[in-house]
Design a protein around this ligand. Sequence first.
Ligand code: ADP
Length: 154
Amino acid sequence: MEQSLIIIKPSGVQRNLIGKIIDRFQQKGLIICGLKMMNLSEELLREHYAHLVEKPFFPLILQSMMATPVVVMCLKGVDAVNVIRTMVGSTNGRNAAPGTIRGDFSMSSQENIVHASDSKENGIIETNRFFKPEELFDYSPVTLNYIYAPDELN
Ligand code: ADP
């Protein structure tokens, strides 16, 4: 199974969407293997958004992501990275498809409610960036055989 790091950003926390977002992922059949609230430091954000540090809007990203605590989650599932990116929708909430988290809850590029890992490799790197090993849990939900056919689980 793949894993993905989700951040419910301050825009999601302030707008009381934490429960709704977690519910969507649980209803889909993704497994929560880590979940906590934390404040993000500038150091952590510079590492996490290294590809954007030179952009003119990077100071606004820092300000936005440090405005309140965030909720971070590690989710697991077969092809989880692509499944979750599809559920999250495109970066700019104004362009994101209805039915996606950003499409349903966001009107902004920056205040776009959630982060989700964009590759299998980053799912692992980002999970380890935000969680200590003892904060991650490997367990098998009893519903697993009703979420996947036997030949989909390997
Ligand atoms: P995604 O979050 O969809 O993977 P990126 O990795 O490109 O997108 O960008 C990371 C985050 O930086 C976005 O989710 C958004 O909060 C912010 N961002 C990206 N592009 C812009 C922009 N043009 N203006 C303001 N904020 C942006």
